[in-house]
Design a protein around this ligand. Structure first.
Ligand code: SF4
Length: 388
């Protein structure tokens, strides 16, 4: 599938750092297993949504499911999550249909976004229109970070494309955007009037999109750099990070608590950047680039045994009991095997959740603050998960 230069998913980046879109063109747009898994989940979602909302009958549903079975990402977990998503959509649709008989539901809607974003196009997962309200729903199958629908530029651009597509047929007064993340248990919704959305399109989106398309404007580093294809070699990002590192320490032999707090904040950005540069340089070096003062060597590796050949020899010498470890499968695997209900009925009371190790995170993190009373339960705290 070809990609738009100004993709809705990258809008928060190219609206902030407008030249990034053209800069990115120099770098390959690679896919990942996560993206492919997401595509599979969307394909399954379309099948379930269309069937459960009555858009297709049993035969096409069975045929589509049968065809989907061959997908390399199809698994029980995906069926469960996507069925939950389809139920959410169906309930919402039934709710609006109860009030408005001619409510509209469309899934996997191709949207032309070019009125506001040059060359822009995209696909909205589900659009439901009834009674002056348009619902725009986006399924995100990843389990990385929780995404909020509030002022979410990607969703706002989809909503604008949908307004353009359906606005002439329906009197749409308000738009509700929903991000549905089944694996993170997150459903985030946000509402805006169609008027305000159109005004944002004219005053903010359109001018920025035009600049981005022309490669104009100033480079602006920030959180959004994480998703930029130029992130490892972008000079503006490097300079911004090195400015961050030029921290003005106060006089004194030891760092103050305030200084340590500041360093922790800076460190995460620097760490991400250094990781990006290191990964890029490694790839380049493997491809023959020589960096002065650096060389490629073989990394550490662990010994492996040819189990198929070695097992009969070892069994003959020591017997099965001595050469194998038998371990209970993990909870997730057992749930998959038995189904959550049956698993809980059989051993639910035997499952406990030990307290997690304390982790230092920024104040903005949504988790409740750790209580010092639990400190005695830990011998050492885990600081490896420090995240911005
Ligand atoms: S890495 Fe950041 S600053 Fe550089 S082009 Fe990309 S978004 Fe802009």
């Amino acid at each position: 599938m070809s990609h738009a230069l100004l993709s809705p998913s990258g809008a928060s980046r190219w609206m902030t750092c407008t030249p990034s879109a053209r800069l990115e063109e120099q770098f390959p747009n690679t896919t990942s297993v996560y993206a492919e898994e997401g595509t599979a989940a969307h394909a399954l979602a379309e099948i379930f949504v269309n069937y459960h909302t009555g858009k297709i009958g049993v035969d096409p549903f069975d045929a589509a499911l049968e065809a989907f079975k061959g997908n390399e990402y199809a698994n029980d977990e995906m069926y469960t999550y996507i069925l939950g998503y389809a139920s959410y959509i169906t309930e919402l649709f039934n709710e609006v249909r109860a009030a408005t008989q001619d409510a509209l539901l469309e899934s996997e809607v191709k949207l032309d976004l070019s009125k506001y974003v040059p060359g822009g196009f995209g696909t909205s997962d589900v659009i439901i229109i009834a009674d002056g309200m348009m619902n725009v729903i986006d399924l995100k199958y990843g389990k990385g970070v929780s995404v909020s629908a509030e002022n979410n530029k990607q969703m706002m651009i989809y909503a604008l494309g949908a307004l353009e597509q359906y606005g002439w047929m329906y009197d749409i007064k308000n738009v509700r955007m929903t991000v549905y993340q089944p694996r993170l248990d997150n459903i985030s919704a946000w509402e805006i009037s169609a008027g305000k959305l159109l005004s944002w399109a004219e005053t903010a989106l359109k001018p920025k999109a035009e600049m981005a398309f022309d490669g104009a404007g100033e480079y602006q580093a920030g959180e959004h750099c994480r998703f930029c294809r130029a992130k490892a070699v972008c000079r503006a990002r490097a300079e911004a990070n090195l400015r961050l590192a030029q921290y003005e320490f106060k006089p004194g032999t030891l760092l103050s608590d305030a200084e340590i707090g500041d360093i922790l904040k800076i460190a995460e950005n620097l760490k991400n950047w250094v990781d990006n540069v290191t990964a890029y340089a490694l790839e380049q070096a493997i491809n023959g680039v020589k960096y002065e003062g650096w060389k490629l060597v073989e990394g550490r590796s662990v010994r492996v045994i040819d189990e198929k050949e070695a097992a009969p020899v070892l069994e003959g010498l020591y017997g099965k009991d001595q050469i194998y470890n038998v371990k209970l499968k993990g909870i997730g695997d057992l749930e998959k095997l038995m189904g959550k209900k049956e698993f809980n009925a059989a051993v639910g009371p035997l499952i406990s959740r030990p307290l997690g190790k304390p982790t230092l995170v920024p104040e903005t993190d949504k988790r409740p603050e750790w209580k010092a009373a639990a400190a005695a339960d830990f011998e050492d705290a885990d600081l490896s998960n420090l995240s911005a």
